[in-house]
Structures are given as C-alpha cells and as structure tokens.
Design a protein around this ligand. Structure first.
Ligand SMILES: C[S@@+](CC[C@H](N)C(=O)[O-])C[C@H]1O[C@@H](n2cnc3c(N)ncnc32)[C@H](O)[C@@H]1O
Length: 492
C-alpha cells in the first residue's frame, strides 16, 4: 500500500492537520475490507475550494486496460494498483472517516449520473461553465454578487493601474524603436481574450490614453483594441464599460481556444495579446504517472442521491427526469427553460434556482485509464502527447493538468503576434512541476464557473519549442495572492 500525504505544509502551523486521525481510519477501513492491500493508494489532499466537485472520501478505480478494448502494453517493473482512495483532509475531521470509507468499499453509492465516462475536458462541467458566462446577468441577480468577488483577492489583478502602466510603457518603448527605423505599422493592434465586465480593458485604455498624452507620439489615435469573448452578454457589458474609448474598440464573439478563426486577418500583426483569469477557466484533462504507468484521468458528473431527491422535489420531477432537465437547461439556458418545461419551471427564477442548486450539488467521479502511449494522446490541435514526457516522467508519482484549452489558446495566439509582440497573461500558474505533488490545483468552483490552475512548465515547454521565450513572475503589483504573470515573446 502506498500512502501519499500531499499537503505536508498543513502538518505545521496554528491548526496542524492530525496525520493519524486523517489517515489511520481510512487504512483501518481498508484493512477490514476485501481489497488487495498491496494494490491500493491512499492520497490525501487539502482541497482549498469550499465549493468543489469532491466528496470527503472518493474511490477511484485504476484500470489495467482501456475499457474500449485494445491491449495496453505494460512496461516492465511497473506497480499496477487497483484502487485509489482520495481524502480531502480539510473536511475529513468533520466526518466518521472509517465508517464513510468502509461504506464506499462495501457497495457503490446510489447516484444520478449526468454523463458517461470521458476525458475531463469533455465533461458537462464545461457546459455549465459556458452557461454561467452567457447567462451571467441572471446568476448575479439571484446571488446579488458580481463574478469578480469570487476571484482571488476579490477583484481582477488586470484592473491594477500600475501593472497596466508598465505594460503600456513597454509597448511604447517597442513602438518608439520601430518608429525610428520606419518599421512601425499604421495600425497598432491589441487583442484581449476573455474580457469579463470590461474592467481590464477600461484600465488599459485609460492608462494608454493618459500615457500617450504625456508621450506625445499619437499612438492612441492608431490603437485598435479588440475585445474577444464567447459570451455575447459579457461583450455587451464590456462595451458599456469602455464607452469612453469606443472609437478604438471592436468586439468579437469567439472561442478563446481558437482565436484565429475570427482573427486570422491579424496573423503576425498583434503587438499585445492580453489575457487575465481565462486560462484557468478553459477545459482541461488531467494525466497521471503512477507506479511507472501513464494514465488519463476520466471523469463522470453525478448528483448524490440525497441531493438529487431534493432537487427533483423542488422541480416537481422524479430523480430519473433530472439528467434530461439538466441537459435541457444547458442547451437552452434558464431564460428559455420555463417555455420548454413549464410543468417543472413556472418562471425564470425557478429555472435559475434549479441551475444553481444542480451546480452546487454536482460532483465528479474519477477513474484512471491507462494511455496506450503518449503518442496516442493529443493535447490540442497540432500538439502531440509526447510533449508531456519530460513532465510526467519527472520522478515520483504525479498527477497534473494538461490545460488543453489554454494550450490551444496559447499556441493559436502566438501565431497572431507581431515579431516584436508579446503575450501577457495573469493567472493561477503552477510554475514548478513539484507543485503538483504538494498542492491541490483544481478543479474548484468560483460561483458558477470552473477553476483549474495552469500547467506553467507545459506551456513554457510548448512555447519554447515554437521559438518563444516564456517567462513567469509573481504578479508584482499586489503583495500576497497567487497570481503569476506569464510573458511570451519571440526569442532573440
Ligand atoms: C474570470 S473571467 C475574467 C475576466 C477578465 N479578464 C478579468 O480578469 O477580470 C473569464 C472570462 O473568460 C471568458 N471565457 C471563458 N471561456 C472562454 C472561451 N472558451 N472563449 C472565450 N471566452 C471565454 C468568460 O466569458 C469570461 O468573460
């Protein structure tokens, strides 16, 4: 048996985790159960997100072959476990851990499944995420809170004026140099992906106009700021926020994972691609290297029976109706749901309440499925799984995010950059692979959206293979906080 206690920093401090109380009851339950103890892993995490997709104890089967057939070659000398028992030690002291674990080992709990097993990036949670941004107004009206209050620090760092000033001054320095050699294009393009309420755009544009007045080279007159988002509602909000600069702003409804579908005409012309708190909100898989074998983490969304019963009762439905109603909600949104299912939702408010309760109750089952080989796995269009090798095979067991959506967005955005352009991204980055061995990195829930930390070493590896220098630095303009700034630009 392998016991992996990952949040070791929690063993010290004012209220240290009691290692014995948080691990031994689980081991005792396993000892009294029927599982082969030689093939079990016990993994303890500190799940820092109050709203998340996990129970205090979860069982994760470790498959020996892919369910869709196809023998998976087993490398020599690997340890083939059958089961992982995952414990959230932040909450485990509140539950009878041994009884909870024993009950799970005895029989599968009753659950209402919302989907079949699949890669994390394909889960229904991403439909919930997209719905949150498209129907944000209704969600915020019901909660009385803006989305920014759920972000780290309660507001986006992209609204920090000192950071915007530094960015603008950097652009001006590049433009001055190009201008001196008559190489500065007439049109100066800046693209922002994932604009939210437009606060980031407004600060950038305000600072830009102010610095331009002082600088006196007329760059503001030539500026084109392109706000991009997949939510029309968000784009409309952002347009209002930047009303003072509207002559310099255009909006594009596009998927941030494929910016060139709409912005192809800007290939090699953009001086700044500006992204903040978006990569951590894009679909991702997780992969793991356990005992010498590589696995894809498959997930399946469900509602626990007790939550499902309550939800069904509130909607005047049976628990069997729930998957259909949830999928109808995701397809139509809460504003149209009352028309499509009037017997269950008399008005928009009841549809929003259903949405919020379903989201809050939603959990993810997980299992490990062996990968045939890294070359059979695609990270993002044009990016083969072999790119993962130096990271997943970096020593002891590891589980990490692939951030497929962020990778796709990153690589596609690099193609937009002018040779002297930069991509600047403020986000939750894991900057050292070791960070995956000690901390839980998601998924968590921020209000109605999903958050996963971003695999910095993987993005850097991919960027460098494409000739870009990728640099990470803790966000400098606020003390504390976890935000890191990534900068990518063509290597000299
Ligand atoms: C957390 S907000 C960040 C807003 C702003 N950048 C900030 O820092 O305050 C995430 C934004 O990304 C957008 N977004 C998420 N996934 C997207 C996708 N696949 N394509 C385009 N926009 C997306 C959301 O609609 C939302 O506006």
């Amino acid at each position: 048996m392998l016991v992996d206690f990952r949040p070791h920093t929690r063993l010290r401090g004012a209220q240290p985790v009691d290692l014995v109380k948080s691990v031994v009851p689980v081991v005792e339950a396993l000892g009294e159960g029927a599982v082969d103890l030689a093939k079990v892993r016990v993994v303890s995490d500190w799940v820092q997100y109050r709203e998340n997709f996990r129970e205090v104890v979860d069982l994760r089967p470790i498959l020996h072959s892919a369910p869709a057939g196809g023998a998976v070659p087993v490398p020599m000398g690997v340890r083939e476990d059958d089961l992982e028992v995952a414990v959230d030690v932040r909450r485990s002291h509140d539950v009878p851990l041994k009884e909870v674990t024993a009950a799970l080992l005895r029989s599968e709990p009753d659950r209402v499944l919302l989907e079949s097993w699949g890669r994390g990036s394909e889960s229904v949670v991403w439909d919930f995420n997209a719905l949150y941004w498209s129907a944000l107004e209704l969600w915020e009206k019901a909660t009385g809170r803006g989305y920014e209050q759920a972000l780290p620090g309660g507001e986006s760092d992209a609204r920090n004026r000192a950071a915007a000033r530094e960015l603008v001054d950097g652009l001006f320095a590049v433009w001055d140099r190009l201008s001196e050699s008559n190489a500065l294009p007439d049109e100066l393009y800046v693209v922002e992906l994932g604009v939210g309420n437009g606060g980031q755009a407004k600060v950038f544009l305000d600072v830009f106009a102010e610095r331009d007045r002082e600088h006196g080279r007329g760059y503001y007159r030539r500026l084109h700021y392109l706000m991009c988002d997949y939510s029309q509602h968000v784009l409309d909000l952002a347009r209002e926020t930047v009303a003072d600069h509207i002559a310099h702003v255009s909006s594009f409804a596009l998927d941030a994972t494929r910016p060139r579908t709409s912005l192809g005409f800007l290939q090699y012309k953009v001086f700044l691609v500006y992204v903040s708190n978006v990569y951590d909100n894009l679909p991702t898989d997780e992969v793991a290297h356990l005992g010498g074998r590589t696995y894809c983490v498959q997930t399946r969304a469900y509602l626990a029976q007790a939550d499902a019963a309550e939800l069904a009762e509130a909607a005047g439905a049976s628990t069997q109706d729930l998957p259909g109603l949830v999928h109808k909600l995701l397809r139509l949104g809460p504003a149209l749901l009352p028309e499509a299912a009037p017997a269950h939702f008399p008005d928009v408010e009841s549809a929003v309440a259903f949405w919020q309760r379903a989201w809050s109750a939603l959990r993810l089952e997980e299992r490990y499925v062996p990968l045939l080989g890294l070359d059979t796995y695609t990270l993002a269009p044009g990016l083969g799984g072999e790119l993962l090798r130096p990271l997943v095979e970096s020593g002891a067991d590891i589980r990490m995010h692939v951030n497929n959506g962020a990778l796709a967005s990153f690589v596609d955005s690099l193609m937009l950059l002018h040779p002297f352009g930069r991509l600047v991204c403020h986000d939750l980055f894991v900057t050292d692979i070791e960070g995956y061995r000690t901390h839980f990195r998601g998924p968590g829930k921020y209000d109605g959206s999903v958050v996963n930390w971003v695999n910095g070493p993987l993005l850097a590896h991919v960027g460098r293979r494409r000739g870009f220098e990728v640099h990470y630095e803790r966000f400098r303009h606020r003390s504390g906080g976890n935000i890191v700034t990534m900068t990518a630009q063509v290597r000299d």
